[in-house]
Design a protein around this ligand. Structure first.
Ligand SMILES: [Zn+2]
Length: 295
């Protein structure tokens, strides 16, 4: 499943292809993805111009003219494949061009843009979805209402974590996986951030706050490490797990740089630590941790 850094990598790959361009042709090959596509979806998109691309949690937000937003969620296996779709190959787009077609039966939507780029939405398992939302209603929309702060935005601070964690009995991992608290953090990067911050995934979240609700040093470390690990992963082009590939079809490299995730049985990578990485199921997902340096 693409995590936040992968979604951000896709967003930035699409940016030069979509921004300032219009949808010339929209080919919709089925009525639904995970959910039904909006009424008259192809008709409503055709002719619309893309003003800018944003990311919120794990959604790509394509801001259109006439105050509407195309929200895209890649689900488990959703991919956006960019090809230039014409003999007059645009050099700027060339770096995003690659052959696909092996699994063309999972090409569910094909967007032809002004300028010649063709963006294909391919999704083998169809857990992804797309919807059109009026710009002014974005924050109230069912998909976005109640989402917590952006981990890379200015609102994620030690003080914010302390405020939300004060008096909470939930364990630290469950606290960070809660999308109402921090939006877009998933299993991999929660494990990585806790490892980097030297915090046990099983300790109660309340340790992030003092009795009076002030941030503890643990909260300071955690806020910094959440941002650092995501920034590093985005710089590396996102991780590649199972079906995930970058927008240009090449693989991200960050999975080779995980400090703890997927390293069960290996020696802990923290300098000076003699611990061994363990894996335990927590809240239905694998938690990788070092019992020696994550306290
Ligand atoms: Zn360790």
């Amino acid at each position: 499943m693409p995590e936040l850094p992968e979604v951000e990598t896709v967003r930035s790959g699409l940016e030069p292809v979509l921004t300032g361009r219009s949808f010339v042709r929209v080919e919709q090959r089925r009525p639904d993805l995970r959910f039904p596509l909006p009424e008259r979806f192809a008709e409503r998109l055709t002719g619309r111009r893309v003003l800018r691309l944003e990311r919120r949690a794990k959604y790509i937000l394509v801001h259109l003219d006439r105050h509407e937003v195309l929200a895209v969620h890649l689900g488990m296996t959703g991919r956006l494949i960019v090809s230039n779709g014409g003999p007059e190959r645009d050099l700027t787009l060339g770096q995003y061009v690659y052959e696909h077609g092996k699994d063309a039966r999972h090409d569910h939507l094909v967007f032809t843009m002004s300028g010649g780029a063709v963006v294909t939405y391919n999704d083998a398992r169809r857990f992804g979805y797309m919807t059109l939302i009026p710009e002014g209603q974005l924050e109230q929309d069912a998909f976005f209402a109640g989402l917590g702060v952006e981990p890379l935005g200015p609102d994620l601070t030690a003080a914010y974590l302390a405020k939300r964690a004060h008096g909470r009995k939930a364990d630290l991992k469950a606290f960070l996986m809660d999308q109402r608290i921090v939006a877009g953090l998933g299993n991999i990067y929660v494990c990585e951030a806790l490892f980097r911050a030297g915090l046990s995934p099983w300790k109660p979240a309340s340790r992030l706050a003092s009795r009076t609700g002030k941030p503890t040093p643990a909260a300071e470390r955690l806020a910094a490490e959440i941002k650092a690990v995501l920034t590093d992963a985005i710089a590396a082009g996102g991780s590649t797990l199972r079906d995930y590939q970058r927008a240009d079809g090449t693989s991200g490299l960050f999975q080779n740089e995980f400090g703890i995730y997927g390293r069960e049985g290996e020696p802990c990578m923290r300098p000076g630590c003699r611990g061994t990485v363990r894996r335990r199921v927590q809240g239905g997902r694998s938690t990788f941790y070092c019992a020696v340096c994550q306290r």
